[in-house]
Write a protein that binds this ligand. Structure first.
Ligand code: UP5
Ligand code: MG
Length: 190
């Protein structure tokens, strides 16, 4: 028999808008599988794989890694789980990413969450994080914000047009924001 199609949620928002934090909470609370595109790429970057150096240079510049690389990593993660509820954090970042996903994975998301956060708040959060990320510095953050506006917002516009976007104001404590997220999933899934 055919595998039942999973319920796929894309989680989008600018750098530091809280995607990772909220995805962790959703995964814990609702049992979703959390796939972070950025984490997959950072893992690939640190391994001795053929694209490691290329990925590092792109992330350092705040640019977007070629779609085929990211989509293949995400596709592998989707294929290797039996979990029917999947969160994809920080992807697709451009229309080109989106079309590559549709072509290679062959599905569209059921839901797109957009964490809407003011730039000064995003910058503050990113710069006060202390995890040694090569892109958490003033110069790269500026570039990440520009790339978000130019390439990622059109993806959100596209899915808004398809009626799939739930926009959440990402200002407040992580707990306050999660309360809104929780309500959203409670109404989406039941
Ligand atoms: N924090 C979280 N919520 C808070 C709140 N409500 N109040 C106060 N503080 C809060 O949060 C950021 C920081 O803020 C943390 O310290 C957190 O504790 C605190 P986080 O949840 O990590 O936010 P997130 O939106 O996940 O921020 P992140 O920096 O991870 O977002 P990016 O989109 O910039 O990073 P990502 O890892 O997705 O991508 C990194 C790079 O990889 C990209 O720039 C790109 O070069 C590359 N990439 C691709 O090329 N293709 C992809 O598909 C994905 C990534
Ligand atoms: Mg993140």
């Amino acid at each position: 028999p055919d595998k039942i199609r999973p319920f796929i949620t894309f989680v989008l928002g600018g750098p530091g808008s809280g995607k990772g934090t909220q995805c962790t909470k959703i995964a814990e609370t609702f049992g979703f599988l959390h796939i972070s595109a950025g984490e997959l790429l950072r893992k690939e970057m640190s391994s001795n794989c053929e694209y490691g150096a290329i990925i590092r240079d792109i992330i350092k510049e705040g640019k977007i890694v070629p779609s085929e690389i990211t989509v293949n990593l995400i596709h592998k993660a989707i294929k290797s789980t039996s979990n029917q509820n999947i969160l994809i954090d920080g992807f697709p970042r451009s229309d080109e990413n989106r079309m590559a996903f549709e072509r290679i994975v062959g599905v569209e998301p059921d839901l797109v969450i957009f964490f809407d956060c003011p730039e000064d708040e995003m910058v503050k959060r990113v710069l006060s994080r202390n995890e040694g990320r090569i892109d958490d510095n003033t110069e790269t953050v500026k570039k990440r914000l520009k790339v978000f506006d130019k390439l990622n917002l059109p993806v959100i516009t596209y899915y808004s047009w398809k009626g799939k976007v739930q926009k959440i104001n990402a200002v407040g404590t992580a707990e306050e924001i999660f309360e809104k997220v929780r309500q959203l999933f409670a109404s989406e899934r039941c």
